[in-house]
Design a protein around this ligand. Sequence first.
Ligand code: GLC
Length: 541
Amino acid sequence: MNRENLIGYEIYIKSFCDSNNDGVGDIKGIISKLDYLKDLGINYLWLTPFYLSPQKDNGYDVTDYYSIDPMFGNLNDFNELVKKAEEKGISIMLDMVLNHSSITHEWFQKALKGSKKHQDYYHFKDNENNNPPTNWESKFGGNAWEYVESLNKWYLHLFDVTQADFNWENKELRNELFKVVNFWKKHGVKGFRFDVINLISKPEEVWKNDYKGDGRRFYTDGVNVHKYIKKLNENSFGKDDGFQTVAELSSTDVKNVVEYTKPENNEFSMAFNFHHLKIDYDNGNKWKLKKPDFKELHNLYKEWQEELSSKNGWMANFLSNHDQPRQVSRFGDDKNYHYESATALATMYILLKGSPYIYYGEEIGMTNPKYSSIELYGDIESQNYFNILVDVNRLSEKEALKIISERSRVNGRVPMYWNSSNNAGFSENKPWLTLGEDYININVEKQINDPNSILSFYKKIIELRKTDKVFSLGDVKFDEYIEDVILYKRYTNKEARFVYVNLSSKHITLPIKGEVIINNYSSLEKNILKPYQAIVTKEVY
Ligand code: GLC
């Protein structure tokens, strides 16, 4: 498999399908849905972490990289999943969380007991003046250093205080991590997603106070990052042809993404970046609401798509994942144009240059659950920021809840809506996370045999992306921005496809050329896009 043909699907394992009715999704649940996934047309399945973990950050805090948390199943289940999925033409991609481990990991525990060797696996710094070594902020709020009294030292955690950052400058540590990757490779996986992998290089010389910001400029795409990724590649997945890797890159830039993903560099196959998901942040602040700015989206797509295309880089395209709200609620209109806006957004991003990653549930148009109380948003980031909004920013609880209900990652983690029965067919027992009310109307069973459903549209657009070489291999070009419309061309020297997507509830007049091959309405008025209408046309030169 080449990266050009990869169609990914992300499963948030806790929330996909619960086979043993304990309220939490599991591996056997995924096995039971493989036919559904095959029918959808995807060929790579990214599973969020299932390793042993205290679950402070839902598995992104690993205690033991070699064992599966019993709540998700065991190695036999996993081997069965790999085998059965391969039989259906679906490869498994595992999540590798190698920037940090949980503080419950054996190495960190040994470090706490005084082992110098293991202290050097992490970033520990002697206490000098009773202040944190730098003013860097944790991405989940608060200072990024934690004091350990028994050692009189501080350790670095760019995420939760229970997630200690690894010291990639240490060769022994690096080799230990390569071993982890090779272990799972031996178990038949054909790909990896590397969690926040551009944050791994932070040697001591960059530990400085950041008077202009939160410290990220010192450790994002850090000095040694490309060197270490090349070593990772060389010592693990790089040896296998057809292995697919996707890097999760926090706050990166185009130049670095080209370096991470151009094949001759031997780093990764492709990368996720997040700039396009900040178009509704007010001045870069996620916790301040703003309407999405589609002109900014156009500008970002134009810059990133064209630059990567010309330099042989490769994007992993997506609008939703387990850290983001549901796309139809965020960028579409889930009340008045649910079908139209869900299908318009799919058309817009699935046909971009790169590989699309569909996030479970988006193919039926799952929406944000709109919980009425903060307790239901049970996630460290959401809870921390709720407190910051109330205690530091002095918002009322009601105002803070409004922001959390739009921005929380929990929005994207609600269990899959399979049918309208109790617990949406996800489990026979109370799910670990409360369902939204709209599962009665929005679910797989309702859509699967309806040719006019969001699900049927997804199958059509995935099929087009898979079979039409102009989309897998062709170049990409964005024109001038037309208000609220994302418009681009995919082309080879023989033919072109035009993608027109209206992201507003207005009628928009613009010239439309070519023969229509996809339309999310049953008709097309000459040169008019209706609310959230998406059209794909074809032109042979
Ligand atoms: C990534 C994951 C996110 C996690 C964080 C720390 O951004 O996607 O869920 O909280 O890394 O591991």
